[in-house]
Write a protein that binds this ligand. Structure first.
Ligand code: FAD
Length: 291
């Protein structure tokens, strides 16, 4: 099918884009990589009357370091994140997840901002940024606000973005000392959306006890979920195999209530969540040299 008719604008600056979005109201949509929006328009699942193409706005792309953390522009392509040395060094959890995001052809066009704004609960980057406690900058005509990833995703394909607002940048704080990360997912074919997945960031104190455990699950709810029961099970403890197994089981039993669909039943997703969380935690903790 072809999309419903729409007007098309190609602004050269963030200010111009925000003006266009404000002027045309809720029927106007930003166009980033187009890998989700254009298929939705072709299937008439979305019918914006105005498209504001962000692809000419140079200031929206790029990766930069700040105070030990990273700032990543919303229009930064998945492929750039996948191959960036700075990302691999400063935000290894992002780098670990990138090969799981769709296929190479889609990664050359898809963008960080598009993935976050689209808010597919099975997408990798929303869960990764939740685990990393990233902050998102949302700019409208009259205000700019920073929203933590934990507050950004509000439901199925739904975020706190308001009409007229643009996601411009993501700030990833520096990893804590003695930290490690891991990403695990299972999909039916490589490049498909995950049946379930998990992103973890852990850190230990000088005595080798768990000081941080941020565990974000994907494809188990209407949005990415921070597994708080699992984190509490690990806090302050030495990460033994039994403790890790117990934490992973707590995540599956108490932190999620996964939906079932034609791809996987609720019970299977719960089982996957436990297995993948255990594996991710084992991998992350084992990569740390604990006393
Ligand atoms: C076959 C296929 C398989 C895929 N598999 C996966 C997968 O396994 N994992 C995964 O994570 N993704 C997957 N994707 C989606 C892909 O990663 C998309 O690139 C991504 O979801 C959307 O990014 P985009 O830049 O293409 O955004 P677009 O499609 O351009 O936009 C998506 C939505 O976000 C809004 N938007 C975009 N940028 C902004 C902004 N800066 N501010 C505010 N709103 C904005 C748009 O208005 C639109 O509503 C797949 C896509 C396809 C076609």
């Amino acid at each position: 099918m072809k999309p419903a008719p729409f007007e098309y604008f190609r602004p050269q600056s963030v200010e111009e884009a925000i003006d266009l979005l404000a002027k045309h109201g809720p029927d106007a949509k930003p166009l980033a990589g187009g890998q989700s929006l254009i298929p939705a328009m072709n299937f008439r699942l979305a019918a914006p009357t105005v498209l504001v193409d962000l692809n000419e706005i140079a200031g929206l792309s790029g990766v930069a370091q700040y105070d030990g953390g990273l700032r990543i522009g919303a229009m930064t392509r998945h492929r750039t994140l996948e191959h960036s040395e700075i990302v691999a060094r400063e935000a290894p959890l992002v780098a670990a997840a990138m090969p799981f995001v769709a296929h190479a052809a889609i990664r050359t066009r898809g963008t960080l901002g598009g993935s976050l704004a689209h808010a597919d609960p099975a997408a990798e980057l929303p869960a990764v940024l939740l685990a990393l406690d990233a902050a998102l900058t949302l700019r409208g005509r009259d205000r700019s606000r920073a929203v933590r990833a934990a507050d950004f995703f509000t439901g199925l394909f739904t975020t706190t973005l308001e009409p007229g607002e643009l996601l411009t940048e993501v700030a990833i704080p520096p990893d804590p000392p003695r930290s490690a990360c891991a990403f695990q997912e299972l999909s039916r074919r490589h490049g498909d959306y995950a049946l379930a997945g998990v992103a973890v960031l852990v850190a230990v104190d000088e005595r080798g006890r768990c000081a941080t455990a941020r565990i974000a699950l994907l494809s188990v709810a209407d949005r990415p979920v921070l597994a708080e029961h699992a984190s509490r099970a690990l806090a302050g403890e030495r990460p033994t195999a039994d403790l890790i197994r117990g934490a992973a089981e707590a995540a599956a039993a108490h932190d999620i209530d996964p939906p079932g669909d034609i791809h996987a039943s609720s019970a299977y997703r719960r089982h996957l969540a436990a297995v993948l969380t255990r594996r991710a935690l084992e991998r992350a903790f084992h990569s740390l040299e604990t006393p």
